[in-house]
Design a protein around this ligand. Sequence first.
Ligand SMILES: [Zn+2]
Length: 228
Amino acid sequence: MEMATNRAFIFLGPPGAGKGTQSKRFARRCAVPHFSTGDMLRDAVSRGTELGRLARPIMERGELVPDDVIMKMVEERLAEPDCAGGVVFDGFPRTLPQAEQLGRVLESKGFGKPVVVDFEVSLDVLMRRLTGRWSCSVCGAIYNAYDAPPKVRGTCDHDGGKLVQRPDDRPDVVKERLVAYERQTMPLADYYRRQGLLDAVDASAGMEDVSRALEAIIKRIEGRDGRL
Ligand SMILES: [Zn+2]
């Protein structure tokens, strides 16, 4: 896919929306880097950069790395030459202050206005996807009680291992994660909507449908910018 240069894409979506997979796929197709702040932090820590050394003890304590450290890291990363053709942000920004700061950074680095894509999925679908997830205690194979069940309930098809559920995937925990996500991200979506930068895809559809919807958004944007 041809893409206008210097375009930042921001993918927003709750856990279970399929945003991680789609954003990676999308970045690959546009041949631009894919950023998740989690990956960037882990990378900075393992390379022992100044910011990595700053973030490491915070992460080791299991605390959230402060916004200014994250922003600094994003800013440094954006200055690298592989970002010249554009970037894809996956799950960043998470908060309104981060979004405002990112806007300023993008502008100062000569990026155009970001294209923000919201992955819309109903709570029911998310609950189904997330709480239905079971994995084999032996080989780690993943099943979904609703969409990809094992042949025999509670048992791995490959090795007969017992299927277990991660504590994070229990219904009460999932509900809590989703509510927390919504509370944090709503203002963000509104912020981008008010600026006319927000697009949405129906992320309850299958992988290929979502990919096609993303391509349609790009085509429309490129057309609008007169770059087709
Ligand atoms: Zn197994």
